[in-house]
Design a protein around this ligand. Structure first.
Ligand code: SF4
Length: 689
């Protein structure tokens, strides 16, 4: 009937499954999701979505949702009223702060939550508790890319738009499983490769779909990307193929950088990386001949002990060839979560305030102190890796983790769980009773993106609004409201009526978001930072030929190769790890979506035909992998996507096959991003299917 139809509602939202930032309308009737309908005007995706964006939303109404706060009693939990749970948080935070000082508390925000929520979490840590111990999960993925770009070009984001990639003559993909991790972005690359003659080169240790499509696929030895990138750059310089004018006018440090490349001869690179001399030359020639080169990279680059340096090498290569400041060129570190970019943009980092302004800078602190009306601590805080060590060392006593399944996605989780058990007080705020929540003293029920308003910033620095589809389920609440209640109990006196007011405050303090206002982001309108006060934005960074560095010039930043960690000969299997198209991370969301979990109910270990032959493995053989840190049990799939002793374990299991039972606590030397990709194990066969 007509009345029934009136209950049908259409709401614009933004996907929370990856950094592409697809936006679409959701059709609902009461709490039922009728369909997801992408719109042509959606800037990142137009009328496309992938399987997760289209079908991955049942979790919002899952019976497993937390609808009331939980308080630990011995080994179990009981439901509690908000009043009681928040009183407990207030009392314990106050006690611990007065006994051990503000730096005995730590705060983790989520890259799945909104910009406004990240802003409030760091404001709570700094302005209310008085510590810079605040971080987010970009530390697990793209912090090294951010550092590599800050060192060289001054902004840590994609230098152009997703659409601009189509204009490139060459797309070079390094360590990114683009078609599964950033599906809609990959379809744009596939289309321009197929229809417009764009060249595609892929360097990876796994022959994924993009590698199969590539004009040239090279398989470097694991952890050697920095070497071949440097050798290709050296070859280009030696041949005189650099962009002389660009370097002259816009780049500092050329001579010193050129000298640093001396060791990276073709001979050396061939030996160290296993890529043939011919292929190294082919890559250099392709860059030289292309009308613009875009480099896309992800965790295959960043999650190593030299992740920041390899990211730096990519940016150096782009600089010497003049591949910045124009569309169809530049750096594309592909962000994992929907709001990895935004969580860092809004200051949930131990050494930076919103807009990446340094906590160590007295003028910056003074600005925030005036804005917030409180004193801000000067000493940079602990990152999430240091927090775990801090707990083990007895320095850190309490933690507040929001929307982050740290207990599964951090590396070496046996070590992480042992830390959680030592905490005096642990608050976990989530939509599900996560693996992390099992260690909590108080669990606070939050609302997912469909139940709140706010903004996300996607991989191309695009700020987009999401609108509320449903009321919060049960007694759950949007994260920003919960943080505000915690802060106010600790004396903050915050009074935000809507996320737009939080953004207004953040924009007044952070220059790169200066002109961001909700009325400029209505519906499908978006802005790409930096946004000037008058509302003009910058889809293409450095478009005027200057870089946000001291004299407006970019910097060629010499780096050295960090050889992969040696775990000893006993551990002879290299365990590569990453995503699957269908599932999201530990699977808390996607295993609760029927359409997806029916299609892909479990994960498997990819084993090469050579290794299968040698060890007598077939499809479905149950194996155990053991590293120095733990072990997993998983069934195998024999495939030529992987080679030799390199196996691939998707990260999407929360049980016996959780990859982080194997990973170590080694991390990138510049950012502490776990070296997930440097994981070695030994393998034994448990059972044939
Ligand atoms: Fe969501 Fe990414 Fe898929 Fe787009 S490509 S629908 S943002 S998971």
């Amino acid at each position: 009937s007509a009345m029934r139809d009136e209950r049908i509602k259409k709401t614009k939202t933004v996907c929370t499954y990856c950094g592409v930032g697809c936006s679409f309308d959701v059709w609902t009737k009461d709490r039922k999701i009728l369909k997801v309908e992408p719109q042509a005007e959606a800037p990142a995706n137009g009328i496309s979505t992938c399987v997760k964006g289209k079908f991955g939303w049942d979790f919002v109404n899952s019976e497993d949702r937390l609808t009331k706060p939980l308080i630990r009693e011995g080994d179990t939990f009981r439901e509690a009223e908000w009043e009681e749970a928040l009183n407990l948080v207030e009392r314990k935070f106050t006690e611990i702060k007065s006994e051990y000082g503000p730096d005995s508390l730590a705060f983790i925000t989520s890259s799945k939550c909104t910009n406004e929520e990240s802003y409030l979490m760091q404001k709570l840590a700094r302005g209310v508790i008085g510590t810079n111990n605040v971080d987010n999960c970009s530390r697990y993925c793209q912090s090294p890319a951010t550092v590599g770009l800050f060192r060289t070009v001054g902004y840590g984001g994609d230098s152009g738009t997703i659409k601009d990639i189509e204009k490139a003559g060459l797309v070079l993909i390094v360590g990114s499983n683009t078609s599964e991790s950033h599906p809609v972005l990959s379809t744009r690359v596939k289309r321009s490769h197929k229809l417009r003659g764009q060249k595609l080169i892929v360097a990876d240790i796994r022959k994924h779909e993009m590698a199969e499509r590539a004009d040239l696929f090279v398989h470097p030895k694991a952890g050697s990307d920095m070497v071949w990138l440097s050798a290709v750059t050296k070859y280009i310089i030696d041949k005189g193929w650099t962009d002389h004018d660009f370097i002259q006018q816009r780049v500092n440090g050329f001579e010193k950088y050129k000298k640093s490349l001396e060791p990276f001869t073709l001979e050396y690179a061939e030996e160290a990386t296993g890529i043939t001399r011919e292929n190294l030359i082919k890559i250099a020639e392709a860059i030289h001949e292309a009308e613009g080169t875009c480099v896309l990279w992800a965790m295959g680059v960043t999650q190593h002990i030299g992740g920041s340096d390899t990211s730096t090498a990519i940016s150096n290569l782009l600089l010497v060839t003049g591949n910045y400041c124009k569309p169809g060129a530049g750096s594309y570190p592909l962000r994992g979560h929907n709001n990895v970019q935004g969580a860092s943009d809004f200051g949930s980092m131990p050494d930076r305030l919103p807009g990446y302004e340094r906590i160590a800078d007295e003028k910056v602190r003074a600005k925030y102190e005036k804005g917030w009306g409180v004193k801000i601590p000067e000493k940079p805080g602990m990152n999430n890796h240091e927090m775990i060590e801090g707990i083990h060392a007895g320095v850190l006593k309490a933690m507040y983790v929001k929307g982050e399944e740290m207990g599964l996605v951090d590396s070496n989780i046996n070590h992480v769980h042992a830390a959680y058990e030592k905490l005096d007080f642990f608050v976990v705020q989530d939509i599900f009773f996560s693996a992390t929540a099992q260690y909590a003293d108080v669990v606070l029920p939050a609302s997912p993106s469909f139940e709140k308003e706010g903004t996300f910033t996607n991989t191309e620095r695009r700020i987009q609004r999401l609108y509320q589809v449903f009321d919060p389920l049960g007694e759950s609440k949007p994260d920003w409201q919960i943080i505000m209640e915690v802060a106010n109990r600790l004396g903050a006196g915050w009074n935000y009526g809507h996320p737009s007011e939080i953004m207004e405050e953040a924009a007044s303090l952070s220059p790169i978001y200066a002109g961001v206002r909700y009325d400029r982001l209505e519906g499908y309108n978006t802005l790409q930072w930096p946004v000037n006060a008058d509302g003009t934005d910058q889809p293409l960074l450095f478009a005027d030929g200057t870089f946000p560095l001291p004299d407006g010039k970019a910097i060629l930043y010499p780096v050295q190769w960090s050889k992969p960690i040696d775990f000893g000969d006993e551990y002879d299997i290299h365990v590569n790890n990453g995503r699957l198209l269908e599932h999201f991370h530990e699977g808390n969301l996607t295993y609760r979506s029927k359409g997806i979990s029916m299609k892909t109910p479990e994960i498997w270990l990819e084993v090469s035909p050579e290794l299968a032959e040698e060890r007598g493995i077939k499809d479905g053989t149950l194996v155990r992998l053991t590293s120095p840190y733990g072990n997993v049990k998983v069934k195998t799939l024999v495939t030529d996507r992987v080679q030799g002793n390199e196996v691939y374990l998707p990260m999407n299991d929360s049980g016996e096959a959780a990859v982080n039972l194997l990973t170590s606590s080694f991390s990138d030397k510049d950012t502490d991003t776990p070296a997930y990709k440097e994981t070695m194990a030994k393998m034994e066969i448990l059972k044939y299917e």
